[in-house]
Design a protein around this ligand. Structure first.
Ligand code: ADP
Length: 617
């Protein structure tokens, strides 16, 4: 719809009011003037007719040439012409028969019978007749007044008629209307000027309000509309300013709440996202964005397009369909992660369902631990099963009669003993491993500042018997002053395991070098051999429980597959780590890295006295 300007609204109203007022006044005035003129003209015509009637009475009484009963038409006509000249009205004398005897403006001989004229008829009947009508003879509106002329005996002889053109009144009224039209035009101009001034006075502050409101609408809520000086408009400006203040306050509150919510959500480790009832994403916290490799630009898109995981979509669907919270396990094969999802329906303030909220917990570590536990149980069972089956077999063979053959029986018993030793070794290593793990987890491992050389020497001592058997020389290179925060018994156990392996996997007459030194902030202990070495593929898995490069050889050498695992856990318990370098046929070097200072990540019990043999506090 086309909008009308303020001036186009104000101007016609002003104009209409003024014109209506003028027209009303002019109409009333013209009626009054017309009436007055009529009355005045009538009175003038009546008195003129009466005066003329008196004169005609005497002329008629005199008779023509002094003869009574005759009418002197010439002197009547002459009187009419003389009286009518300059009087402004027409004077006519008409006999009762209707015959015109004299007229101020025409020759009575040429005039028709006037007996049928209403004023003439009324004058004969009532003594006076007045009529206003259009004269076809003169072509204008006329007022006629007729007065009866009576004889000496009261008989009506004729009628004197005075008449006047009413066009004078029309002219006067026409002039009046002409002036009214001019006045209307002048008033229209004045009204236009007043309208412009008034509408400017109103529209200028309104324009300022519009600009102010526009600026507020653009978000400049601190902008204020200035006062205009017009009370009604200032009320509007104040209302808008107040509205802007309130809006500003509300927006600040909402922004603060949103920021708090965002901060809360982004601090959450759990991945959280929300969808509407159409399954379009409406919110995602940082963790969820990282998980699904998405950002806020995906808001509004269908969750199926962004999260291509059937398990998760199933949880979303169930959460949207159910009024109860739902759960589900989700695996993300791409990065090997496991999640546990909780889905809850989202209700709006009016209780209407507006979507669903999904919270994802990363349970990868738990799952991996579970897997490790299962693998470990399977491995332990497998490792224990072999010697037990073997012991059972030989004992049965002995019972079945082999016992009676002393040489055979001794051989079987030796094998049985070896298997029992193996069982013992596995169980011993498992116990050490579990104790190291437990103490490490419980953070109850006691550390003390100890000379490393002493610990390394004692470890070499433990292995020296075996080394001598293979004519292997174990060399030690360690500064006497080198100390570290260690649990001596546990570290000795780790070094013994490494030296034992070095001896086991080295040929006769080889050498093993044990070395400890300080580099940067770390202390590195290394055990180097020149034995069989290993292929690179094994190096990443060598510290796993029960992992062996060559199972048969390891068993033959009395290995349990747990030695390096124990080393690793002891290093971790010290806040350190392990490492290995190896080349097949050249040899291997195993490293234990220890923190020079007290490890920050773990809480240790420090004590000065030597710990118990098993390393517990
Ligand atoms: P094991 O009791 O079998 O020696 P470990 O955990 O101590 O178990 O070692 C795991 C495997 O690592 C061994 O089976 C062996 O194959 C390999 N290994 C360990 N130390 C050495 C070494 N010094 N030289 C070559 N291979 C080694």
């Amino acid at each position: 719809m086309k909008k009308r300007s303020l001036i186009s609204q104000v101007f016609p109203s002003y104009l209409l009011v003024a014109v209506v007022a003028i027209v009303a006044v002019a109409s009333y005035a013209s009626i009054i003037i017309s009436r007055f003129y009529h009355a005045h003209s009538k009175d003038e015509l009546v008195s003129a007719a009466r005066m003329s009637a008196e004169h005609f009475k005497t002329v008629i009484a005199r008779g023509k040439d002094g003869q009574p009963g005759t009418i002197d038409g010439n002197s009547i006509d002459a009187f009419c012409k003389a009286s009518g000249k300059g009087a402004g009205y027409r004077l006519t004398f008409i006999l009762q028969s209707g015959k015109v005897m004299g007229d101020s403006e025409d020759n009575p001989e040429n005039m028709e019978n006037h007996g049928d004229r209403p004023e003439v008829h009324d004058a004969i009947v009532k003594g006076i007749g007045i009529s206003t009508r259009y004269s076809h003879t003169l072509g204008m509106k006329m007022m006629y007044v007729a007065v009866a002329v009576e004889g000496d005996f009261g008989q009506t002889i004729g009628v004197v008629r005075t008449s006047l053109s009413l066009s004078v009144i029309d002219k006067t009224i026409g002039l009046l209307w002409h002036r009214i039209v001019i006045a209307c035009l002048v008033i229209a101009c004045i009204a236009a000027i007043i309208s412009i001034v008034v509408s400017r006075r109103i529209s200028r502050p309104l324009e300022e309000i519009r600009l102010g409101a526009e600026s507020i609408g653009k978000g400049n809520l601190n902008d204020k509309i200035p006062p205009s000086g017009l009370a009604e408009i200032d009320v509007l400006a104040d209302t808008i300013n107040h509205m802007a203040d309130q809006l500003n306050e509300r927006i600040n509150t909402v922004t603060q709440q949103r920021d708090e919510q965002n901060a809360l959500l982004s601090c959450m480790i759990e991945s959280v996202f929300a969808v509407d009832t159409e399954k379009c994403l409406i919110k995602m916290n940082n963790s969820a964005q990282k998980l699904f490799k998405a950002d806020a630009s995906v808001y509004g898109r269908n969750v199926m397009e962004v999260i291509r995981n059937n398990d998760l979509l199933d949880v979303v669907n169930r959460a949207l369909d159910s009024s109860e919270p739902v759960e589900g396990d989700i695996s993300i094969p791409a990065d090997g992660r496991y999640l546990h999802a909780h889905g809850t329906v989202l209700n709006g303030a009016d209780g209407r369902r507006i979507g669903a909220l999904i919270v994802l917990y990363d349970v990868t570590r738990l799952r991996k631990l579970e897997e490790m536990r299962r693998d470990f149980v399977a491995n332990v069972s497998h490792e224990l099963k072999t010697p037990i089956t073997s012991i059972k077999g030989f004992v049965e063979t002995l019972l079945e009669g082999a016992m009676k053959e002393p040489a055979e029986a001794e051989n079987f018993l030796r094998i049985t003993l070896r298997q029992a030793d193996r069982l013992n070794a596995i169980i011993k290593d498992l116990l050490i491993l579990s104790s190291v793990e437990q103490e490490s987890e419980m953070r109850t491992i006691s550390l003390q500042k100890e000379s490393l050389r002493k610990v390394l020497q004692e470890a070499i001592e433990v292995c020296s018997h075996k080394a001598r058997g293979k004519k292997i020389e174990i060399r030690l290179d360690c500064d006497d002053q080198l100390t570290a925060m260690i649990n001596p018994a546990l570290l000795e156990q780790a070094i013994v395991n490494l030296i034992d392996n070095a001896v086991k996997y080295s040929g006769e007459g080889a050498s093993v070098e044990v070395e400890a030194k300080k580099t940067d902030n770390r202390i590195v202990i290394q055990v180097r051999d020149h034995g069989s070495g290993m292929e690179k593929v094994h190096l990443t898995r060598i510290f796993e429980r029960f992992y062996r490069v060559d199972k048969g050889r390891s068993r033959q050498l009395g290995g349990t597959g747990l030695g390096l695992s124990i080393v690793k856990h002891i290093a971790l318990a010290h806040g350190g780590d392990v490492g290995v370098e190896s080349t097949p046929g050249v040899g291997s070097t195993f490293f234990i890295y220890l923190e020079d200072l007290l490890p920050k990540s773990k809480k240790y019990v420090q004590q000065d006295a030597s710990p118990s043999a098993d390393g517990s506090a």
